[in-house]
Design a protein around this ligand. Sequence first.
Ligand code: XUL
Ligand code: CO
Length: 438
Amino acid sequence: MKEFFPSIPYVKYEGKDTENPMAFRYYNPDEVIAGKPMREHLKFAMAYWHNMCAEGTDMFGVGTVDKSYGGGDPMEQAKNKAMAAFEFMDKLSIDYFCFHDRDIAPEGATLAESNARLDEITDFIKELMEKHNKKLLWGTANCFNNPRYMHGAGTAPNADVFAFAAAQIKKAIEITVKLGGKGYVYWGGREGYETLLNTDMGKELDNMAYLLKLTSEYGRSIGFDGDYYIEPKPKEPTKHQYDFDAATVCGFLAKYGLDKDFKLNIEANHATLAGHTFQHELNVARVNGAFGSIDANQGDMLLGWDTDQFPTNIYDTILCMLEVIKAGGFTNGGLNFDAKTRRGSYDYADMAYAYIAGMDAFALGLRLALKVIEDGRIDEFVKTRYASYESGIGEKISNRTATIEELEKYALEMGEVKTNISGKQEYLENIINRIIFA
Ligand code: XUL
Ligand code: CO
């Protein structure tokens, strides 16, 4: 069989002292830590759109990498791309992948032609999945690229666009089910607005919720038993995206009664664009019972857009994995590298270096997060910080039996709060650093 990436070897774990740049130093897929193999803790996925499709195009220039994989007509290219994708996943020990409908087969002249192409390519991909033992983490529909979606999809002012989007998502869910996907993502591509002067926000939000309800119920009716995720993002491409951040999305889901069937797919770079940390967004998802999956990447703090860089910041991966562990680990979700090499990193080998960097950053993050938990000082500190809720008036507040009159009497007798204890932020930050540099 043709080899698409001859410059990429089968990357193996060689331990932290290796000098081989094409080896893992921390990611040892079958090593059992905290009760399960690392591959099950981390559930790494390849994002088809960046890795297999993105050619390095930006606003100032054409692509720098050829991603046609030697194919001629569009479907031959799509099949070569699929074969290349499975070769890449094999070589990097990646068990899962994620795609948009239009990543795996180019859009046809009509919806019927696009759907026929999807039928053909998913037959082909299904065989490759069985042969290479790979799984689909989640599927999604690209309802933002085609000019028809210039004003949005579910939030478009044009009902014909709404109908088209509904039909496109229906098909995307069908192929997700066909390939055994355990997740389906809704990222609100152009679901937002540029100016309120031409926008009926209330109507757009109602319509967006209706699109989610119709399509998600349809998915259940054809046997989709995975999780639906909304992926929050505050801006780009529209100035104001409706799915601004995790808290906004949780409020939206509750308002429209969708909270029982939807979780969140949290992306690191989207968190920072919203003015939050990655950890904050994960925590908001967790405390709302909506933690689902992760788009692993990082932004550049000096740039105001979604740079989708491979995650290399160990501090962030530790705090992320702490949240994942506290959420009970991944069930249907996983860590999808929604990340791309820089435009100047134009060699195929750079794609491997990028994944090695990202996977090792999360593998080390997992190992160190487990050490933070084992160390116990941070969890103990937080527990002690709230200890006043375990007895006396605090216990009554905790079990919700305190009355307002009783609280007033207590406060009057107390006179002033005397027992605030230090938050000890720096002491706690030092614990993390000591574990990192142990
Ligand atoms: C865009 C983004 C998307 C979603 C899937 O910023 O993150 O690629 O992850 O549509
Ligand atoms: Co994403």
